[in-house]
Design a binder for this molecule. Sequence first.
Ligand SMILES: [Zn+2]
Length: 109
Amino acid sequence: MTDVSQAGFYNTSAWKKLRNVFIKTYPLCKDCEKQDRLVPAKYVDHIVPLTLENFWEYGLDWNNLQSLCAKCHQKKTNRSKTNSKYSATNLQRGKELQNKFNDFTNGNK
Ligand SMILES: [Zn+2]
């Protein structure tokens, strides 16, 4: 085993369920939305890239997820090869998502 997908994480029913709920909640690509483009998301991406060491902690963390289209997902994957640390940008994104999620749950009461 060298990475998370080989460890079978993406085949777990827990991940599949969470992914389905998340993409229904956030159906648009986050990165495209920042540039005022509305693009349907295809992937649920982990803001903090998963490793074998952290996936139990971050793999199913709603605040660590973002919806991305295929293009943005590919860009992110390329980027994370050189930058896989818990960066300030990633932390900020996590906070934004958490706020959005709070708005969403509050708005549905
Ligand atoms: Zn996109």
